[in-house]
Design a protein around this ligand. Sequence first.
Ligand SMILES: Cc1cc2nc3c(=O)[nH]c(=O)nc-3n(C[C@H](O)[C@H](O)[C@H](O)COP(=O)(O)OP(=O)(O)OC[C@H]3O[C@@H](n4cnc5c(N)ncnc54)[C@H](O)[C@@H]3O)c2cc1C
Length: 371
Amino acid sequence: MVVGASFAGLACALALARAGVRVSIVERKSDPGEKLHTTGILVRDLIDAVPLLQEIPPSLVRRVNAVRLYAPNLASIDLAAPGYYFLATDTPEVLRWLAGRAVQAGAELRCGTLFRGAQAVRGGYELGNRLGRTGFIVGADGPASRVAKVLGLGQNRHFLAGIEHEYLGAELAAPGYLHCFIDRRLMPGYIGWLVQGVRGVQVGLARRLRAPGAGDARTAMQGLLAKLAPIADFRGRAVDAVRAGLIPCGGLVHPVARARALLVGDAAGLVSPVTAGGIHTALLHGLAAGGAVADFLGGRSADPQREFIGTYPRFRLKRMLRFAFDHFQADWIFNLALASAPMRWAAGRIYFHQRAVVLESAAEVRRFEAR
Ligand SMILES: Cc1cc2nc3c(=O)[nH]c(=O)nc-3n(C[C@H](O)[C@H](O)[C@H](O)COP(=O)(O)OP(=O)(O)OC[C@H]3O[C@@H](n4cnc5c(N)ncnc54)[C@H](O)[C@@H]3O)c2cc1C
């Protein structure tokens, strides 16, 4: 039984079904693409690491080759890395496509079904809500995991709060960039963003949950829209969809597994505390978890709680960087030093996992966009 039909749960169920395990996915929403809480940007490393993603229909993705990073005073630099790109996605459709792949492989998808509780019994769990019995539970039910709570597993305690507006049919003047904004007053602990998506423009921000004196995320969103007006003015325009949710940023929860049960994705805290990206790890570790559970149920390996969970990232360095950003973020440093070599180096590592190239001219930008 996999709880949650999003990136982690669908990837896990797909791997289980492909390995010949009888698997059900329970999802409380009536459809995996409904009411999303993510921008849905995929990084190139993920596309390379997961061959399945190379089969996403091209109409569901849009390539973004460069990052335009703005200091609090809106001075900006353009960064790119040779061969690197991001994919903006039509996320509801990508999730429906992924669900289709899991079902095609043999998984049963039970939408509109809430996981409420489970009782340990010999050889597995008895589930409430007329769900029957299972030999293994995978909790892929997001940041505030019910599976973790019910089974006494570790729960996320540190969060960013994210909110995003989608403006269908809108077009940016500079659509080739992921535009990122630093501003401690509006987005303490993280950034704001603006991206030309597949179906329109997505504008969003994330910030430390309950940052003292910083107001709520919705008010900050109004502040961000006002700030962005010289670049793209969405004030007064009707919002087509709002995506909002919590982003765990405290690293791996503990314990993340027990006999015949494990957590994966946001439920496990598998989100980079620096970039707040979790789709990458949800998919990669979701697939791997499905393989490990299938091996265990097939008698080929020990319960994943013994060895497999040792492959989950601990984010030690990234948690230190988060601590530094939480405690020492200062707008004046970015206003003063955005274009400096150390700042460019750090931005390159964070966005591209390698040294970034600064795009100095329009011709260079066009060259990157053509790649
Ligand atoms: C505003 C915002 C923007 C983001 N943008 C990005 C981005 O661009 N790139 C990126 O990599 N990451 C991004 N993230 C993070 C990313 O969305 C998550 O890391 C990712 O969605 C985690 O996937 P998941 O499958 O673990 O969990 P989730 O996507 O949270 O899915 C959990 C699923 O479980 C279901 N569920 C929950 N409880 C139950 C229950 N009791 N019974 C049945 N079903 C249940 C939910 O309905 C949901 O479908 C963003 C997050 C936010 C909030």
